[in-house]
Design a protein around this ligand. Structure first.
Ligand SMILES: O=C[C@H](O)[C@H](O)[C@H](O)COP(=O)(O)O
Length: 227
């Protein structure tokens, strides 16, 4: 199966975890897009009362067009479940996210969710994190200085650039610096370091976050429980 078909497979499968009355965090990305389509159909067919909490303008636009009821993360008292994609998931269930530049809102929603499910095609499952460039969201003011300091550390930083040749801006108006690390042997240490840098808003290491991974294989979706 092609990668996109595997994404569709897990996107459709993920709505099995969504039940009437739930407040659901809606992630961002090409895999989640399929889940949101399936969710809209499920809400309609089964007459469900579901409230979505979005993680990006992109997801908000799609969900609104499909008629899914939405609330801000600040307007709900809990989130039952969040379904999101991921860029890499290691064998000990740590993740890199932010390939779509939505890491900040995704982390806020994930942190406030009772349960987190990640939906991925099998290519995202890795032994060790780091082959995927680690996204770091930074405030524009001083970002050049941060870039230089990441470079000096040997992190091979790269500002994320749009197709128009400009620095990519997140939904919060920040920049993304992608770190080409190759492998991250100590993700906790890296996360602590990045968080301590002035001007870093958030990074794409999602540690001890996911509960359930739904991965797409040629013979169907497989479900892995992290803990
Ligand atoms: O910022 C984007 C998110 O973290 C996505 O969930 C992640 O990049 C995976 O996206 P996709 O499902 O498009 O591969």
């Amino acid at each position: 199966m092609k990668q996109d078909e595997l994404k569709k497979l897990v996107g459709y499968k993920a709505v099995d975890w969504i039940h009437d009355g739930m407040i659901v965090g809606l992630g961002t990305g090409s895999t989640v897009k399929y889940m949101i389509n399936a969710l809209a159909r499920k809400i309609k067919n089964e007459h469900l009362n579901i409230t979505g909490v979005v993680t990006s303008n992109q997801t908000a636009n799609q969900a609104r067009l499909l008629g899914i009821k939405l609330k801000s993360v600040d307007a709900v008292d809990h989130i039952d479940l969040t379904i999101d994609g991921a860029d890499e998931i290691s064998s000990d269930y740590q993740g890199i996210k932010g390939g779509g530049a939505a890491l900040l809102f995704e982390k806020i929603v994930a942190t406030n969710s009772k349960k987190n499910i990640w939906i991925v095609d099998q290519s995202k499952l890795v032994d060790q994190l780091g082959a995927f460039p680690l996204p770091v969201e930074v405030i524009p003011y001083g970002s050049r200085q941060l870039f230089s300091s990441f470079k000096a550390k040997g992190f091979h930083p790269e500002f994320r650039i749009t197709t128009m040749g400009e620095k990519r801006k997140t939904d919060s108006g920040n920049f993304i610096i992608d770190l080409h690390l190759g492998k991250i042997s100590k993700p906790e240490k890296m996360a602590t370091y990045l968080k301590s840098q002035v001007g870093v808003v958030e990074h794409g290491l999602f540690l001890n976050t996911v509960n359930t991974v739904v991965a797409g294989y040629d013979d169907g979706p497989r479900v892995f429980e992290a803990r």
